[in-house]
Design a binder for this molecule. Sequence first.
Ligand SMILES: [Zn+2]
Ligand SMILES: [Zn+2]
Length: 556
Amino acid sequence: MNASSVWAIPLGGLGEFGMNMLALRSGDDIIVIDAGLMFPEQELLGVDIVIPDITYLKQNKRMVRAIVLTHAHEDHIGAVPYILRDLNVPIYGTTFTLAILRKKLEEHALLDEAKLIEVAPGETTTLGPFQIEYLHVTHSTIDCVALAVRTPAGVIIHTGDFKIDPTPVDGKPFDMHAFARYGQEGVLALFSDSTNVERPGFTASERAVCVRLEELFRAAPQKVVVSCFSSSIHRIQQVIDIARQVGKKIGIVGRSMVDNIEIAHGLDKLHIPDGSVVRPQDLRGYDPKRLVVLASGTQAEPLSALSRIAVDNHRLLSIAENDTVILSARLIPGNEKAIFRMIDHLFRRRVLVYYEGGRSAPIHVSGHASQEEMKILLQLVKPKYFIPLHGEYRQLFRHAALAEQMGAVSGQILLVESGQPIEFTRDGGAQRREPVAAGRVLVDSGSLEEIEEVVIRDRRHLAEDGVVVPIIAIDKHTGLMETSPEIVTRGFLPSEDGTEILNKAREVILRTVEQSTPEEKMDWSVIKEKIRADLKRYLNKQTSKRPLILPVILEV
Ligand SMILES: [Zn+2]
Ligand SMILES: [Zn+2]
């Protein structure tokens, strides 16, 4: 590879939602920007998380200098504990980002080996041929940065996740000047967040939720439960401030909520006035008219605080008629069913429930830039090349179209998906290169083991079509079947003529065994496989279902 050229190698987050990861390579030096996870779709049964395939990085292990993180969200840092085993390199991030990461690494017993290096907006890190400046951006969590990376081929800017919040809760503005400064100097390539490209106008300031929250807090006849993402420190700060204004105290329930509040408070990034928090054990007895409780579980995760509260099964808190529950978060597509089920439980208990989508002032605002903010950024940076990132293909496509319409890109707009490297050369050229391995790696977080696609297929069959267990007793000496085979089924319903189908299925098994040679009958793995295959063909033809078939052979 030409040492004066730079390759940008997207390994996740382009053409898919989540697991953001971009590698930059020049000569024999690689830096990795973000290492995020993706929460699995429902079809990936029982898989806890999905992380990017890092084969390319493993193949070039000795060249990887560092992982540089933009902010503390799971889709940017969540894969770190899983890839650190293969790639123990220094990790750069801001104070809050590293604090959240530290907690994760601790849970994975990896903290001792990890090298974490704290950085701040305005600072610069040199890693081989790369010089990285951290630029402060506003988003739904705190301590977020974009990266301006000086490379041998020119300056590359990676926005991370951002919106341009004119009135940020922590008073730290989006650093427009830094972007403008690079724009004036000349930027080779801009990689920018596409999440909200479908929304016209500007994303409302985080402060916009304050009006409605105050109204609801004041109007609440009994206690208030507010659920938001536990990383939404701005939101949490506002809930604390408003509760105080209206003369209420704060309760905190849910592990991630307690953890994140502790972390942010410990770093002095969350201000909690003395005496404003009610101890967990005192919540039940506390005057409900003077209580606002922050709870995790906005997405109705099965064991979360809010899910338990909704069915009045929380250790620390009971829910009753005329309590107020405010869901101050987006209903993430895919989770709606579970969320609405939870909301139904609350309404059944005559709780006043508020969630996104009403016509009144917002109780939630997004952390991502809408179209006008994207335009401002493009206008400031005026890159030669523009590459939309963070989004499914349609979002990348529309972000590209937006840039095209504006004419803010002097060179080319490159629409690429994960695995498609681009080489930028010193003379200002850009070329697509041979794709590298990229994709999803499925992880069961309990076992930390990667799951094969075949396991998923089994689980899908189980969930959709149930399981069929044929039990066959074979005499070890004669190879003959002693009795007629039994068939046990679970979750498999062959419709109304079920008994007949199962009777026929028995005949299929009998025939399979009869038609097998004595050797096959003695080799149980072979006979099992034959029974499985024949039964599968038969059941699929009769019922068009594909249950999981698990033959059991009893030796008699
Ligand atoms: Zn993100
Ligand atoms: Zn984010």
